[in-house]
Design a protein around this ligand. Structure first.
Ligand code: HEC
Length: 189
């Protein structure tokens, strides 16, 4: 049978083929375990870290820093194993970024203690003489605005205790940012 000469049969066969392709590529992956991050393993953000993350976004740190390690030898040698989807499962929005003027920060939490970040943020040149990262000393003079913290925690669905909220009192914007930076890469149990 020559399908080319039978338009009705041809249309039906073509429709079935395209339909099968569409079903396979769009619906099947939805039910595949590997594309569904298991959120149970993820440690949710504390209120101070949520505020720090928002300051990171506000200051545009993600314009110079990525937060994803690609599965390429020269990256894994420098930053550690490739990022897993679970690691950004609760990030809204994710901060994978696309431009690296500075290094990737996905795992920076285990690299430096908090004290290092304070010194580096105040004056990046004190740590790396030729750094072109801007200084953020003024963040330490600004008191953290906590008027929306509780609302953010609820909307984003992170559980929190009263002590976590109390930990916000008297904190500066830099305290929050450093709390966020020192937890990066520690999101999995
Ligand atoms: C203009 C681009 C630029 C911006 C904006 C920027 N950085 Fe950087 N950052 C760099 C560069 C370049 C380096 C590498 C040199 C250094 O450590 O200072 C760096 C290094 C770092 C490091 C050390 C990483 C490591 O593995 O050693 C951290 C942490 C960091 N930046 C955090 C931040 C945060 C937080 C912000 C936003 C408040 C920010 N950066 C904004 C360019 C930038």
């Amino acid at each position: 049978m020559n399908v080319d000469k039978r338009p009705v049969v041809f249309i039906i066969l073509a429709t079935l083929t395209i339909l099968a392709g569409t079903l396979f590529t769009t619906f099947i992956p939805l039910f595949m375990g590997t594309t569904t991050p298991s959120v149970e393993k993820v440690i949710p953000y504390k209120p101070l870290e949520v505020e720090g993350r928002d300051i990171y976004i506000r200051e545009g740190c993600n314009n110079c820093h990525t937060q994803t390690v690609r599965p390429l030898p020269f990256e894994t040698a420098r930053y550690g194993p490739p990022s897993k989807i679970e690691e950004s499962a609760i990030d809204r929005p994710h901060l994978w970024g696309s431009r690296r003027t500075g290094p990737d920060l996905a795992r920076v939490g285990a690299k430096y203690p908090a004290a290092w970040h304070y010194l580096h943020l105040k004056d990046p040149r004190s740590m790396y003489r030729d750094s072109n990262m801007p200084a953020y000393a003024w963040l330490n003079e600004r008191k953290l605005d906590t008027s929306y913290t509780e609302k953010k925690m609820r909307v984003l669905g992170y559980p929190y205790a009263t002590e976590d909220m109390q930990a916000l009192t008297g904190k500066t914007e830099m305290d929050a940012l450093v709390a966020y930076l020192t937890r990066l890469g520690k999101e999995l149990k």
